[in-house]
Design a protein around this ligand. Structure first.
Ligand SMILES: Nc1nc2c(c(=O)[nH]1)N[C@H]1C(S)=C(S)[C@@H](COP(=O)(O)OP(=O)(O)OC[C@H]3O[C@@H](n4cnc5c(=O)[nH]c(N)nc54)[C@H](O)[C@@H]3O)O[C@H]1N2
Ligand SMILES: Nc1nc2c(c(=O)[nH]1)N[C@H]1C(S)=C(S)[C@@H](COP(=O)(O)OP(=O)(O)OC[C@H]3O[C@@H](n4cnc5c(=O)[nH]c(N)nc54)[C@H](O)[C@@H]3O)O[C@H]1N2
Ligand SMILES: [Mo]
Length: 558
């Protein structure tokens, strides 16, 4: 499912080129059809789920005809899709940013889960919904509690979990903030209200990666900003203090992969003279701040990454991500282990939910769920009322169209995303001459028909504007995007060039996950030159010279 004909779509047996922002209508339509004509697993629904009736009622209006109209996907394709999904004996669904950074993000993930549950296609070989994280640090953050939740999938809205953490850390309960987590856009608003005195940025480059970056820049300029990064970045421009940090390969520690594998990374080389690792900087900070526990002992009791991991193991005990049975030695010998690993006899858990037990007992659950429309965090009582207690919860999925849609002034959909040659804000990949040569600058992908109507030619620099900002980049014309949509890669964000996708994107978030809506906004494209000006890349000689190599060496490497 992708509005663009990506490389992945080209390999597909069935490409569902839906309109941007219509994941949920599509899933609702398909689920409605599967409920009518598919092979439901009634035993699974009865024994291992709650909420079937509410879920079913919530999609009752979604005939395939209505779905075709809402999504622009031909009826025949929808029928085919519903038939496959209603009859297959095994199903893996993967979701990523086309879902999470889209309208109705969390609700669409819920719909995917609903589909797997009513077909009983979960916890079995060859079946499961895989809601992936994009990178190890995203995965590990969810486990370690770096996204405003508490460590080891603890629930900030559950007083029992706050109490456990207070005991484990030997601090007073009232010192631990309770209540729902804050997303980055909440933090930007708090900075604007002068409620944040210090913004400590470790290992991200928000001046390129945050939506509506003009607003984000103004906010960061108004507070005290520390940037901790191995490189000078676009975010260094708003920093009050810059802390140079060591890179991977210059330090040791564990990492978590998208499939829950914990890996051990050993240090390969020393960092440059005087450069500390993130871990050392944080330890040093805790020491100089003289942070103490309830009994006056230093609150950070470890000195090495391994000792820190040992503390995390204690904190993870009994939780979904139990790591009690993992040691550095085992990680090295067994080439990584997948949590939960509850004791040293366990070889890890390649598949979750194979006993059809889900983390829905009130004192087990990480979140108590949120209201689909307002994002209000549900209370423990409301969650308990669902009566799940280890069963999976089928939730209703009601559709609300995206807030910003193409209109008279901004008639096109803007969507943004990745190129294979670059990693995010290019602090590493732009330093590779080969990758830089493959993708040197921002551009806009536009459909042939739209390009013809605007009389633009391949390579011509055009202006793209949204209610937030303006960029000027060369056009790539073709059929990868449908008529009415443009795509801009988000990797490019130098302050001295007008090519950052995030000048244009909208700073709205999904009310449940708080993830920004990078995939849908309204924009317009304008011709700006009388004579066609075609943007060419740098010459091979000048790229090679930038990296201190000859053009022959560069070509040989490529
Ligand atoms: N080379 C490289 N690899 C990377 C990264 C990188 O920067 N470079 N980043 C990593 C990270 S952190 C992440 S999060 C992942 C992201 O991996 P992906 O999610 O695969 O990457 P995106 O390019 O953001 O792609 C999202 C896709 O969603 C589509 N889309 C837009 N709107 C909609 C919609 O309404 N519905 C649907 N179904 N699709 C829509 C877009 O056309 C696009 O093809 O990649 C990881 N891998
Ligand atoms: N328009 C639009 N915007 C997007 C997206 C999109 O699809 N469209 N995708 C979003 C997604 S999914 C993601 S994940 C974000 C990514 O956005 P960011 O996380 O902001 O991007 P990165 O370039 O990965 O930034 C990582 C920073 O950490 C530094 N770094 C590397 N190693 C270390 C280390 O060991 N220690 C420290 N302290 N620093 C280190 C790098 O030099 C770099 O500056 O972008 C988001 N923004
Ligand atoms: Mo990501």
């Amino acid at each position: 499912m992708d509005p663009r004909e990506t490389l992945t779509a080209k390999e597909a047996d069935l490409h569902i080129a839906l309109k941007p922002g219509t994941n949920l209508p599509l899933l609702n339509g398909v689920i409605h059809e599967v409920l009518q004509n598919g092979k439901l697993d009634h035993a699974f629904i009865d024994n291992h789920t709650v909420g079937f009736k509410d879920m079913k009622d919530s999609v009752s209006d979604w005939s395939l005809e209505r779905t075709a109209e809402a999504t622009s996907v031909p009826l025949e394709k929808l029928k085919k899709l519903a038939e496959v999904l209603g009859t297959t004996d095994s199903l893996v669904t993967t979701t990523l940013q086309g879902v999470y950074q889209s309208a109705e993000a969390t609700t669409a993930c819920v719909a995917v889960n609903n589909l797997h549950l009513i077909r009983g296609l979960i916890g079995k070989p060859g079946s499961g919904p895989l809601h992936m994280a994009g990178q190890p640090s995203s995965s590990a953050n969810r486990t370690a509690g770096g996204v405003g939740t508490y460590p080891a999938h603890r629930n900030p809205t559950n007083p029992v979990h706050i109490k456990e953490m207070a005991e484990l850390w030997n601090v007073e309960e009232k010192k631990l903030p309770a209540g729902p987590e804050k997303g980055i856009e909440d933090i930007i608003s708090l900075i604007e209200k002068e409620k944040v005195g210090l913004f400590w940025n470790i290992g991200t480059n928000p001046m390129v990666s945050l939506p509506n970056r003009d607003r984000a820049r103004k906010a960061l300029e108004s507070t005290f900003v520390v940037v901790q990064d191995p490189f000078l970045t676009e975010t260094s421009a708003v920093a009050d203090v810059i802390l140079p940090a060591a890179l991977w390969g210059e330090k040791e520690g564990t990492m978590e992969n998208a499939d829950r594998t914990i890996n051990l990374l050993r240090k390969a080389i020393d960092p440059p003279e005087g450069i500390k690792t993130d871990f050392e900087i944080l330890l040093e900070f805790a020491k100089r701040m003289d942070f103490k526990d309830k009994d006056g002992q230093p609150s950070v009791g470890y000195n090495t990454p391994e000792e820190c991991f040992e503390e995390f193991k204690v904190i993870s005990k009994g939780r979904p991500c139990d790591m009690s049975g993992i040691t550095y030695e085992r990680l090295e010998k067994e080439n990584g282990l997948r949590w939960p690993v509850p004791d040293d006899q366990s070889n890890g858990t390649p598949r979750l939910y194979s006993d059809f037990n889900f983390h829905t007992k009130p004192d087990d659950a990480q979140p108590f769920g949120k209201d689909q429309f307002t994002g209000r965090a549900l209370s423990k009582e409301e969650f308990a009322d669902l009566g799940a207690n280890g069963r999976a919860i089928l939730r209703p999925t009601r559709h609300v169209p995206p807030f910003e849609q193409p209109n008279d002034e901004y008639p096109l959909w803007l969507t943004t995303g990745r190129l294979v040659w670059h990693w995010h804000t290019r602090t590493k990949t732009a330093r590779s001459p080969i990758l830089h040569m493959a993708a040197q600058h921002g551009y806009v992908e536009i459909n042939e028909e739209d390009a013809n109507a605007l009389q633009i030619v391949e390579g011509e620099v055009v202006r793209i504007s949204s209610p937030r900002g303006v960029i000027e980049v060369p056009a790539r014309i073709g059929n990868v995007v449908q008529k009415g949509i443009v795509f801009v890669p988000f990797h490019f964000g130098n302050w001295d060039k007008k090519e950052a996708a995030n000048e244009l994107t909208i700073d709205l978030v999904d009310p449940l996950s708080k993830q920004p809506l990078f995939k849908q906004a309204a924009c317009k494209v304008e011709k700006i030159r009388d004579a066609h000006q075609v943007e060419k890349g740098d010459s091979i000689e000048s790229i090679a010279a930038n990296y201190g190599i000859t053009s022959e060496e560069l070509l040989a490497a490529n």
